[in-house]
Design a binder for this molecule. Sequence first.
Ligand code: TMP
Ligand code: ASP
Length: 237
Amino acid sequence: MQKRTMLYEGKAKRLYETDDKDLYIVSYKDDATAFNGKKRGSILGKGAINNKVTNHMMQLLEGEGIPTHFVTQLSETDTLVKAVTIIPLEVIVRNIAAGSLSSRLGLEEGVHLATPVLEFCYKRDDLDDPMVNMYHIKALSLATDEQVQQITSYALRINEVLCSYLRDLGITLVDFKLEFGMTSSGQLLLSDEISPDTCRFWDTKTNKKLDKDRFRRDLGDVEAAYQELLSRLMGDA
Ligand code: TMP
Ligand code: ASP
């Protein structure tokens, strides 16, 4: 399958049409940004790692009954996916306080939340992706009630599956961000990526961060942490 017209270039990925209108190719880049593009850099090998990590997670979730856009990996950095129109919501699930939740609610990073917390943010870079509730989603027609219900149920199930899978690998899933899309035939699919760019992964024993917080917070060893996460998933660490 060949890449045709580039449909979109994001901060970490490019998306291409193919000769089949129902299939796109996603191509992962080494470019890294944080704080909505205010901090920029590059993480050597990140594109290939995020491609592999995402595909591994998507296949795991498919096996647990979550429909995803994954079709097949084409190369180190490229994957064939089902074409969807992205619902303009970033769906965040949190198990442990960190990042913006810690600052917003004055919770020390690392505090375990009594139940998972689900947040919706409006995907608008120019507005810094503001958090929205059901009323905003309905008033702005960002998603239908049925889509929100289905997304909620998938997001909580994904959290259960990933937490239990990662626990066995000695990794704590602190929080993560999901995106969903609709196919032309009206199927809701988990889309985008699930990678160290979009999740907080902590080593369960040491709490060492194995994710993009190393880049966001200048903690060093960014490439090594991404590689370690991949190696643990692939069972060779
Ligand atoms: P936050 O604590 O900064 O709100 O981030 C929550 C989770 O969402 C964290 O795992 C990182 C992920 N995330 C993204 O994938 N993209 C983003 O633009 C932001 C702000 C967070
Ligand atoms: N993805 C966002 C950005 O590119 C923020 C983040 O991941 O921290 O700026």
